[in-house]
Ligand binder design. Structure first.
Ligand code: GTP
Length: 601
């Protein structure tokens, strides 16, 4: 295809502003999906995506479109649309997609206005020097205020309110005009056709039947079927078994040229061999200089994942190996816990990523799992000059600690101005530092806070929603590290530490954490033959204590004079019960108690 007739664009928006629905309408209007095959959120393929109504993986689709010129002529163009996820955890997917485009549709809900991810995505698009097409969606809603929000949006990106398009992704109103606009406004891709091929990998997914499917944008040259290619970062070589475009089903072709977006298959089985951000060239007379890559996604949040049934450990390992084929951002290593047995310490991009991975493990692999409380990464400097990276609080080094650094985030909060007080109060309580505040319009305000990541990952979003009646939105990005007044709190049963309950918390919150965990365990641990003290301690200092009183349990007491087979049954039953007990020191605790104590309230 002549690059002059290609337009590569994506749709970016705050969560729920209607990206996937707009993508559906475009698929229909351009005729790539037939009416009777159409279903809502056509491009969201994963069960979790469909059920939760969110997009997790990006998708690229080729669509034909011929805008009507002023002279009435129709010039067929090729549009490559890339649907992107909206949630902060998946921002790295968004930025990859953006780098494959020349333009983007910035979609804003006409009943909601600009939200935190609208801004975050807009800044990403500006960094990538994309042409931005501002669009208000959901104009069919009675609550829509298109005039008001067109003004807000125009002010934000520096255009006239009349330049803001208005559509309803639901009814399809205005969507054909939007497609015409994309052809007119988004620049055609530029590249050198007779140079050695350079194609950028912007996504790779594992398909059980075909192996890894790699999504690329060809920047220079041409990639052809059967050709041998080289991955420029690893120098690994492969044969191109298949190359083509998704429209939206995979459609093989002879090759891809300058500006084209498509997929390729080499028979590789592991997504890590087809690294996102890498450049592909031909093996023979290939390019010598790779294209600029992407930032590697870095795990921000760690949690221990354990099978409820210890004998499922090999299945869990196998399942994680398989998920990683699909999700290059997932990292894990084996770990053991006295309380929970054998499991893995797993790194995630954020809490939603954690939830999604956990749900996929349980659903797609039939595993029952327990996850320990999530924590961030700490850098611990000791007085003897050594440095430790701590991803598991129970591995906090012993000895004289000089300082503990924790990851920080730069957060943006947008809300109606009546909630400024409530938001400030919340951020203050979470050790936040106000960096700035701007009015987007008379009644909507943007606040910027520097916050410790650890304060955000638990229940910050829920607290924010409840304090603002759901009107506030939040976005954040990593912003270095900072020394914090942090201590490790241990929970001890009869003097023995229960590893799964160690936590690193701010000094001011250590007492509350200790009291909460001790009283929770006190409720859950059954009485034993002897007294069991439950203590919370910071170093050698005990900050909270509860005691489970002793009992003498005699299972045979009930069957005084009873027959021997009944006694035997009872003894058997008791033995069975023991198997599910975990022993900490001398104390036997049913695993359920640990699980109940770990599940958040
Ligand atoms: P994520 O993929 O999770 O980021 O969400 P999204 O931006 O793709 O939003 P989605 O398309 O799933 O739409 C969110 C909700 O808004 C759905 O319930 C849609 O049916 C609804 N919606 C989308 N567009 C319109 C519209 O034009 N009018 C009305 N009334 N509802 C719409």
């Amino acid at each position: 295809t002549d690059p002059a007739l290609i337009r590569n664009f994506c749709i970016i928006a705050h969560i729920d502003h209607g990206k996937s629905t707009l993508a559906d309408r475009m698929l229909q209007l351009t005729g790539v999906v037939e009416q009777r095959q159409m279903r809502a959120q056509y491009l969201d393929r994963m069960d979790i995506e469909r059920e939760r109504g969110i997009t997790i993986k990006s998708q690229a689709v080729r669509m034909p479109w011929a805008p009507t010129e002023s002279d009435g002529a129709l010039v067929p163009h090729i549009l490559n649309m890339i649907d992107t996820p909206g949630h902060v955890d998946f921002t790295y997917e968004v930025s990859r997609s953006l780098a494959a485009c020349e333009g983007c549709v910035l979609l804003v809900d006409a009943a909601q206005g600009i939200e935190a991810q609208t801004l975050a995505n807009l800044y990403l698009a500006m960094e990538n020097e994309l042409t931005i097409i501002p669009v208000l969606n959901k104009i069919d809603l009675p609550a829509a205020q298109p005039d008001k929000f067109a003004g807000e949006l125009a002010h934000l990106i520096g255009c006239e309110p009349e330049d803001v398009l208005r559509v309803s992704a639901k009814t399809g109103e205005g969507v054909d005009a939007l497609l015409d606009h994309v052809v007119r406004k988004v620049p055609a891709p530029v590249g050198v056709a007779d140079a050695p091929a350079r194609a950028m990998i912007f996504d790779s997914v594992y398909d059980a039947y075909r192996g890894v499917v790699t999504y690329v944008k060809v920047v220079d040259g041409q990639l052809s079927k059967r050709e041998r290619i080289r991955m420029m970062s690893t120098n690994a070589t492969h044969e191109l078994l298949e190359i083509g475009a998704s429209s939206p089903e995979m459609t093989p072709s002879e090759g891809l040229g300058v500006g084209e977006v498509g997929y390729l298959i080499t028979g590789v089985k592991d997504v890590r061999q087809s690294k996102v951000g890498d450049t592909i060239t031909q093996l023979h007379k290939g390019a010598t200089e790779a294209l600029g890559g992407y930032k590697e996604p870095k795990p921000m949040v760690f949690s221990g994942l354990y099978p409820l049934d210890g004998s499922d450990y090999p299945e869990l390992r196998d399942a994680l190996d398989k998920l990683q084929l699909n999700d290059a951002a997932l990292v894990y290593e084996p770990e053991t816990s006295a309380a929970l047995g054998f499991g893995f310490r797993v790194g995630f991009l954020g809490l939603l990523h954690l939830e999604v991975v956990r749900e996929r493990l349980e659903r797609e692999f039939g595993l029952d799992l327990i996850a320990t409380a999530p924590n961030v990464i700490y850098q611990v400097a000791m007085e003897d000059g050594t440095e430790h990276t701590v991803t598991n609080p129970s591995e906090f080094p012993t000895g004289k600690v000089a300082s503990v650094r924790e990851p920080m985030v730069r957060s943006t909060l947008i809300a109606p101005s009546e909630f400024i007080g409530a938001i400030m109060e919340l951020c203050q309580a979470r050790r936040g530092n106000l960096q700035g505040m701007d009015y987007l319009s008379e009644e909507r305000v943007e606040l910027r806070y520097q916050l410790p990541l650890a304060e955000i990952i638990f229940d910050f979003f829920d607290a924010l929603k409840s304090k603002t009646r759901g009107y506030a939105s939040l976005d954040y990005e990593p912003s270095g590290e900072q020394v914090g007044d942090l201590v490790k709190v241990d929970i001890l049963l009869q003097g023995d530490r229960v590893d799964a309950f160690s936590a690193i918390v701010h000094k001011d919150k250590a007492y509350a954490y200790g009291v909460r965990m001790a009283s929770k365990l006190h409720e859950l641990i059954p009485r034993q033959q002897f007294e069991v003290p439950i203590q919370a301690a910071v170093g050698a200092r005990v900050i909270a204590r509860e005691t489970v009183r002793a009992i003498r349990k005699d299972v045979l007491a009930k069957c005084y004079g009873g027959d021997i087979s009944r006694k035997r049954k009872l003894l058997e039953k008791q033995k069975e019960g023991k198997k599910r007990m975990k022993v900490v020191g001398r104390v036997e605790v049913p695993q359920e108690a640990f699980i109940a104590a770990l599940s958040s309230d």
